[in-house]
Design a protein. Structure first.
Length: 94
């Protein structure tokens, strides 16, 4: 049978697959930076991701989550179940 899940064993038996992993990234003029990665069943990683999300909000960024091809919605709280959350800065100037 399948090995039991053992959270906290990166790459080892029971480690989450990349499909299970959620990511928080920052998009800017240099490309993208991964700020946090988590799985819903890892409370330590979830807390770290929430802290990173809030820190970005405090810097004036906003969070976006894809709602389908070509569509996204702004979020004020980190959606734990989302596969990818993108932090962006408002476009300067205009």
């Amino acid at each position: 049978g399948a090995a039991p899940r053992r959270p906290g064993w990166p790459g080892g038996p029971g480690a989450p697959t990349i499909a299970d992993m959620s990511r928080l990234i920052r998009m800017d003029n240099t490309g993208h930076t991964t700020l946090a990665e988590w799985t819903a069943d890892d409370p330590v990683a979830v807390e770290a991701a929430i802290a990173a999300f809030r820190a970005e909000l405090d810097r004036g960024a906003f969070g976006m989550v894809s709602t389908g091809e070509g569509h996204a919605e702004q979020v004020k709280e980190l959606p734990i179940g989302a596969g990818l959350v993108i932090m962006r800065r408002p476009i300067a100037g205009g």
